[in-house]
Design a protein around this ligand. Structure first.
Ligand SMILES: O=C(O)c1ccccc1NCC(=O)[C@H](O)[C@H](O)COP(=O)(O)O
Length: 391
């Protein structure tokens, strides 16, 4: 059960292509030539052509090294920007400057900094590797060709507003969730399409489909199968987005909305990704966990849906009063002024929990564990709200 419950600091495969991270401060300041490329001291005895060829090779190697250093510097700047916005999650392992400057590969992977500091960081590092590999197999140019065959997107926010108006309760985003790092396997007999249909019948306004395989036992196949099964509820692709490529991929797999986590993505990335979402007709659910993230997200133009996660994704601690705390005072006022819909996420189990977050100001809730674990997930919804909300 790689990645589930027994979370421990595992090492993340370091891709050869990884841009070294800024957090390693041994910035190289001089270029060396690889020993194998060193001009031969006896070159004088060799032909002018072979010396020139060797010099050209040395120059190419130096250019490649310069490029790697530049990439490393850009990575360093990006991490600095993220850190200045309070983002603690590093996007990649701090593998340091290009390999030959810091010693053997073994040194690099044993380097203490190459151990993720918490589960979210581990997920993000793995996702970065996974996405790089997927991008090589399916480059953006080829994804774009599939866009015209993608099913039309449905109005995610509209469905939540309508459910809220119809039932008087927060609109429900019901999560198709087989497992999680904090809880392990939630449901053994997991049929994503059956669960999705049961949720829809039980009154869910929208569905959230986990697509991460390693930590949540989800998949894009699940998302596609639910969409192709004719489920009408708009679908949220519940992913750990680190690259805009994933948004295109989610769109062609049938998503209507996608999650963007403020604890992982700097402001400029969120801004850019929201623009991509708008172009593709997707809704962005921008997730925050603390006041600083809420401040940042409220300052970004175009945000229409904010999720407040009651679960700290670094420690797994769940506290539903987080929703109330983040909606108090100026934040709440600004949210109302901007007519933003807020989703209360995680740790909701009872009608009292729903009433509590509703009173705090949410118009929607995102619920996984408490309903997916029920033998009849549709009826689990009535239990959660204390009322049949399908009518
Ligand atoms: O659920 C986890 O253990 C988890 C761990 C690390 C990152 C994200 C995680 N969960 C994502 C979610 O936020 C929840 O799936 C979602 O809000 C539903 O929560 P719940 O109703 O408590 O299952």
């Amino acid at each position: 059960m790689d990645g589930l419950v027994s979370w421990r600091s595992t090492r993340v495969p370091v891709l050869a292509k990884h841009k070294p991270s800024p957090l390693h401060h041994n910035k190289p300041n001089n270029f060396s030539i690889r020993p194998s490329m060193n001009p031969n001291p006896h070159a004088g005895s060799r032909s002018v052509t072979s010396i020139k060829a060797q010099q050209a090779e040395v120059s190419i190697v130096n250019k490649e090294e310069e490029l790697k250093v530049k990439e490393w510097e850009v990575g360093m700047l990006k991490e600095e920007v993220a850190a200045s916005q309070g983002i603690k999650i590093r996007r990649r392992p701090p593998s340091g400057p290009p390999l030959h400057y810091v010693g053997p590969f073994e040194f690099r992977i044993q380097n203490e900094g190459n151990t993720p500091r918490n589960i979210l960081e581990e997920i993000v590092w793995n996702k970065d590797v996974e996405v790089s590999q997927m991008k090589e197999r399916k480059p953006l140019s080829s994804l774009k060709k599939h866009l015209e065959n993608a099913p039309p997107t449905r109005d995610f926010v509209g469905a939540l507003r309508e459910a809220n108006r119809r039932t008087g309760f927060p609109g429900l985003i019901a999560e198709v969730k087989k497992a999680s790092p904090s809880r392990g396997i939630l449901r053994e007999d997991f049929d994503p399409v059956e669960i999705a249909k049961a949720y829809e019948k039980g009154g869910a306004a929208c569905l959230s489909v986990l697509t991460d395989e390693k930590y949540f036992k989800g998949s894009f196949e699940n998302l596609e199968a639910i969409r192709n099964a004719g489920v009408k509820c708009p679908l949220l692709c519940k992913e750990f987005v680190v690259d805009a490529w994933q948004i295109y991929y989610a769109r062609i797999k049938g998503a209507d909305a996608i999650l963007l986590i403020a604890g992982v993505l700097p402001d400029l990335d969120i801004q850019y990704m929201i623009k991509i979402c708008k172009i593709l007709g997707l809704t962005a659910l921008v997730e925050v966990h603390d006041e600083r993230e809420m401040d940042r997200v409220l300052a970004i133009e175009g945000v229409e849906l904010i999720g407040i996660n009651n679960r700290n994704l670094e420690t797994f601690e769940v506290d539903i009063s987080n929703t109330r705390k983040l909606l108090e005072g100026e934040h709440g006022q600004l949210i109302r002024q901007k007519d933003i819909i807020v989703v209360g996420e995680s740790g909701l189990f009872t009608p009292d929990d729903i009433a509590y977050v509703q009173e705090a100001g949410v118009k929607a809730v995102l619920v996984g564990e408490s309903i997916v674990k029920q033998s009849e997930p549709g009826k689990g919804i009535s239990g959660l709200f204390g009322k049949d909300i399908s009518l």
